[in-house]
Design a protein around this ligand. Structure first.
Ligand code: NAD
Length: 319
């Protein structure tokens, strides 16, 4: 089993595992998959209300705890506030629903999933609420400073040990830092060799936030969702990544994860296969060398796969 490494979070000094298990698109056998991930050594579980699997995720976590594989305090459980609950009237209820679904008393990190306040829809009608209503995205009038104050209350209530953000750009983070009582512990962003985001990562770290990369394998996660992901060379098949992998006697997937970890960026790969789970976390016995890093740097194309346009929503969130 791997020797885990950690990133230390500001304020709480909590140790966040540098590699975790991603739960997006874990649609079948959710309990078994999460339980297997924990058995295979994963200690961070990255979930979200919008993945529509928190009940199963919670069952997997609680099974691992009840079988004595881990204690709750050994795990770092992450969830995300969905867009339709940004209004200050709905944040606590969204947290409560997630904790009820997970069957846990607290999460280690609760993240604002997108800086996009979508119109509230009563969870009794639809949970979680949609991106669009009648084909249009309707904005809920809930300013970020009000939302952040509600997130801070979740910390004070002991429901979230840390709070963080995802898909935020520099401008909105800069504004948030002017009023935050508890600054965000982490920023979670799409990050892989085709989208390296070097300036954002550097600046965010200087502000004392840790960075988590999502979709470390680049297009592989988006083949069914976007045209770009189908046309670009898959990173697993890229000659440069393959030759670096051969040199270190590792797989391309391990190289892609190690590339981020070498930069002290956390990763959260998703896989349904136990063998891949094991190999994805087996990345602590090697490092990329300077040449590897210099070569991979050249692959940056600012190529983003998780854009709202991919979901048919014409909002230029990252411009
Ligand atoms: P990923 O980069 O982890 O790739 C997953 C794909 O790669 C799957 O198709 C899987 O079968 C395949 N794969 C996994 N291991 C492999 C291996 N060793 N060899 C070959 N193929 C392999 O994709 P992701 O799920 O998009 O991202 C990881 C996690 O990040 C998500 O599960 C989720 O938790 C999080 N995420 C967050 C956001 C956000 O907006 N905050 C967005 C996307 C993802």
């Amino acid at each position: 089993m791997s020797n885990q490494q950690y990133l230390t979070l500001d304020r709480t000094n909590d140790k966040m595992p540098i590699i975790g298990f991603g739960c997006w698109k874990v649609e079948e056998n959710v309990e078994e998959t999460v339980y297997t991930a924990i058995k295979n050594g994963y200690r961070l579980i990255d979930g979200a209300a919008v993945y529509e699997n928190e009940v199963g995720v919670g069952k997997g976590i609680n099974r691992a705890i009840s079988e004595g594989i881990v204690k709750r305090e050994d795990l770092f459980v992450v969830s995300k506030l969905w867009n339709t609950y940004h209004n200050k009237a709905h944040v606590r209820a969204a947290m409560d629903r997630t904790l009820k679904d997970l069957n846990l008393d607290y999460v280690d990190l609760y993240i604002i999933h997108f800086p996009v306040p979508c119109q509230y829809v009563d969870p009794k009608e639809q949970y979680p609420g949609p991106w669009t209503i009648d084909g249009k995205m309707k904005i809920e009038k809930s300013p970020m400073h009000e939302l952040w104050a509600e997130m801070e209350k979740l910390v004070d209530a002991g429901l979230a040990r840390n709070i963080g953000i995802s898909n935020f750009n520099c401008q909105i983070i800069m504004d948030l830092l002017t009023y935050a009582k508890y600054k965000p512990a982490t920023l979670q962003i799409e990050l892989h060799p085709y989208l390296q985001q070097r300036e954002l990562v550097k600046w965010v770290k200087e502000q004392g936030l840790q960075v988590t990369a999502y979709s470390s394998f680049g297009p592989s996660s988006y083949v069914k969702l976007t045209k770009d992901a189908k046309t670009v060379t898959p990173l697993f098949e890229h000659d440069m990544i393959k030759s670096i992998a051969d040199k270190h006697k590792k797989t391309p997937a391990q190289v892609l994860l190690r590339w981020a970890i070498d930069q002290e960026i956390a990763v959260i790969p998703k896989s349904m296969s136990s063998d891949r789970m094991k190999s994805n976390i087996d990345v602590f016995d090697f490092k990329l060398d300077e040449k590897d890093h210099a070569d991979i740097k050249k692959l940056d194309e600012n190529l983003r796969f998780n854009s709202l346009f991919a979901y048919g929503i014409p909002v230029p969130l990252f411009n």
